[in-house]
Ligand binder design. Sequence first.
Ligand code: SAM
Length: 210
Amino acid sequence: MARSKSSSAWLKRHVSDPYVHRARAEGYRSRSAYKLIEIAKRDRLARPGDHVVDLGAAPGGWAQALAERVGRSGRVIAVDLLEIAPIPGVTIVRGDFREETVLRRLKDTVEGRKLDLVVSDMAPNLSGVSATDQARSIHLCELALEFARAHLKTQGAFLVKVFQGTGYPAFLAAMRGVFVAVASRKPGASRGDSKEMYLVGKELRGGTGR
Ligand SMILES: C[S@@+](CC[C@H](N)C(=O)[O-])C[C@H]1O[C@@H](n2cnc3c(N)ncnc32)[C@H](O)[C@@H]1O
């Protein structure tokens, strides 16, 4: 079957993408790992000993980079609908983050310990209807923000991928309502023509957890 124009363009871009080559050479499962690495360095996230939850983690590029950064004294819990092949130092919870049973399993895995960092790179399966996809994406961001608010230490941080469009300004306002400081980041590995943006929230407003 003939390839569509858009899939041939994607393949061409993928094959010549330096981040794809680098990920292969350095053993990361996704080129996205470099987005996490760049933001984590700049914003001093995922330090040795940190406890981190990674939402929407498959195939595991971010989780690999997080596990390297937090080291053996830290902990990374990775959640996804899809299977994630084992990663040393990473506990995997498979399931839909929107479901109560999965959230409960995740909470059991966290064992009541407050987290240093929550990251979310979740993106819904695309329906092709952009208004629907945007609404689903923002909904995942809102759920991740709620999880972060409930489980972070006061001095903790939240990193989330958001697509700019309907609902983005309201989500940004919600982030500012939860965190003392909110910054937007567009790492080098994020394609210029993509509407994705990464928001970093630091320090919970009025938090009580240490
Ligand atoms: C862009 S990928 C994440 C890539 C990952 N950060 C990496 O570096 O390998 C987005 C992921 O979000 C997951 N996802 C989307 N909706 C989800 C949900 N409701 N619950 C759990 N995972 C979800 C998808 O299955 C997909 O694997």
